[in-house]
Design a protein around this ligand. Structure first.
Ligand code: NAD
Length: 486
């Protein structure tokens, strides 16, 4: 059965290829992290479905690329209207599928999905004008041509939000799309396909293929007809995709993992700093940008730690559909075991548990307790590797140089957060940090026109605003001489 009713919402879990639903011989089970129940059987695509989806995207491409920008923008707004109309359904299905808080989906994430679509539609119309300049009487005209079929591969921690962050600029640019959602969260992509059809998007412009493990994703990125690959996920998968893309020289954009620091200086507002620290348990720590390494200046370490523990112990853990819940479940049992493995090995290596330290057995095995570890060595696994669970480490630093050295000493460079009351210090430290985004006395403020991405192994390239169009387009410069005209 590839039709499911999830939280009262009917979801067709077949692929969406060329404007029609397509099944596969095999299916895989979709399990809810809320209670471990199987909520849907989903079509399990492979090479055949991948080829079909790329072929549909290739066929639809010339028509979509030739569609005037204002019409493309109108259709993106119509899709956003459809998202707004079904916002409550999308929110409850997403929560059931990935376990993130319902109130976040209702008030933050799903409105952001619609905003992604509207923002890139408006950017296309308002900012992507031809850009002319003169060279010795010759005119240079820069234009952004659609690149072609684009494969978008997304993770499970913020499924539809991260998907539309790619879908919107790709479609706005005039590209056609094949989306491969993560196998743990296939449902809202399927609902989104319905919304695109209701909005009147032509068949083949947007396609979804479902699949488990690497099968369908690996086939998609190894297709020579694909012109762009945008991937958000883990470093090992990015390596595999990069190798395949390299065979065809397909341009890639990678948004990967992180091990970001929160630097708390003695001159900071410590109440604010503790608020920023406790925010890192959001989405049960399954946030690429999370500042999971807390670095605090020695002289205020005790005072700051007490404030953080006070806030963290008051977090309510439970059903993500409850309004009072602050921390929900982690995505699946193997992931919880992986998170716990990191904590166990850290403790064996001498880490001291200040909070949590294991699954919340009262709630079943999928809910990991918010955890804070200290006495951790800079070169230890728990400080160097992304855990992707509600696990923070706490280290102290002596001075600014020491803080920067610790902050930069991982293979990642996605984000960094600073708590300081000194503007000059903020400027000095920011200039020395290796990070795609730095937040000063704030966290998670994200404007879609800002560049977004990671340095080092946190990513390749930047998306957002004009950077998205640079990636999804073939940028062309046309030089026209003043003479030669009849
Ligand atoms: P993952 O790498 O396991 O999977 C991501 C996607 O890749 C899934 O859709 C999966 O099916 C697909 N895939 C797997 N093997 C493939 C292959 N060989 N070829 C093509 N596709 C393949 O990542 P995940 O566990 O779903 O997500 C968690 C990771 O994502 C974390 O590392 C997190 O930091 C990162 N992330 C980064 C950002 C960011 O913007 N930087 C945002 C969210 C999550």
């Amino acid at each position: 059965m590839t039709e499911a009713t999830v939280a009262g919402v009917a979801v067709d879990t077949r692929h969406w290829i060329g404007g029609v639903r397509v099944g596969s011989a095999e299916t895989f089970a979709d399990v809810s992290p809320v209670d471990g129940a199987v909520i849907a059987q989903v079509a399990r695509g492979g090479v055949v479905e991948a080829r079909a989806a790329v072929a549909a995207a290739r066929e639809a491409f010339p028509g979509w690329a030739a569609t005037p920008p204002v019409e493309r923008a109108r259709l993106l707004h119509a899709i956003a209207d459809g998202v707004d109309k079904r916002l409550a359904e999308l929110a409850v299905v997403e929560t059931t599928d990935n376990g993130a808080l319902l109130r976040s989906h209702l008030r933050g994430v799903m409105p952001r999905v619609a905003h992604n679509l509207r923002f890139f539609a408006d950017w296309l119309v308002e900012n992507l004008a031809h850009d002319d300049f003169d060279t010795r009487g010759h005119t240079n005209r820069v234009s952004w041509d659609p690149a072609g079929p684009s494969v978008l591969i997304t993770p499970w921690n913020a499924p539809l939000m991260l998907a539309t962050w790619k879908i919107a600029p790709a479609l706005a640019a005039g590209n056609t799309v094949v989306l491969k959602p993560a196998e743990w969260t296939p449902l809202t992509a399927s609902l989104f396909a319905d919304i695109t059809a209701e909005a009147g998007l032509p068949p083949g412009v947007f396609n979804v293929v479902q699949g488990f493990g690497e099968e369908v994703g690996a086939a998609l990125v190894d297709d020579p007809d694909v012109r762009r690959i945008s991937f958000t996920g883990s470093v090992p998968t990015a390596r595999a995709i990069g190798a395949a893309a390299g065979r065809h020289l397909t341009p890639t954009s990678f948004e990967l993992g992180g091990k970001s620091p929160l630097l708390v200086f003695a001159d900071a507002d410590l109440e604010l700093a503790a608020d920023l620290a406790v925010e890192q348990y959001d989405n049960a720590g399954q946030v690429c940008l999370a500042a999971t390494r807390i670095l605090v200046e020695e002289s205020v370490a005790e005072e700051f730690t007490a404030k953080l523990l006070d806030r963290a112990t008051r977090l309510v853990q439970g059903d993500p559909r409850d309004e009072a819940t602050g921390v929900g479940p982690n995505i699946h049992a193997d992931h919880v075991a992986r998170v716990d493995g990191f904590v166990r090995r850290a403790v064996d290596a001498g880490a001291r548990v200040l909070l949590g330290g294991g699954p919340n057995t009262d709630l079943g095995g999928l809910y990991y307790r918010p955890t804070l570890l200290t006495d951790v060595a800079q070169d230890s696994e728990i400080v160097q590797e992304e855990v992707f669970g509600p696990v923070l480490t706490l280290q102290t630093f002596r001075d600014e140089d020491h803080a920067v050295a610790l902050a930069n000493d991982t293979r990642f460079g996605l984000a960094a957060t600073l708590a300081t009351g000194d503007r000059e210090r903020a400027d000095r430290v920011t200039a020395r940090l290796v990070a795609g985004t730095v937040w000063v006395n704030c966290f998670f403020v994200r404007d879609l026109q800002a560049p977004f991405g990671g340095s080092r192994q946190s990513g390749v390239g930047r998306e957002g605003g004009t950077w998205s169009f640079d990636f999804y387009c073939d940028v062309k410069n046309t030089v026209t001489a003043p003479n030669g005209w009849r």
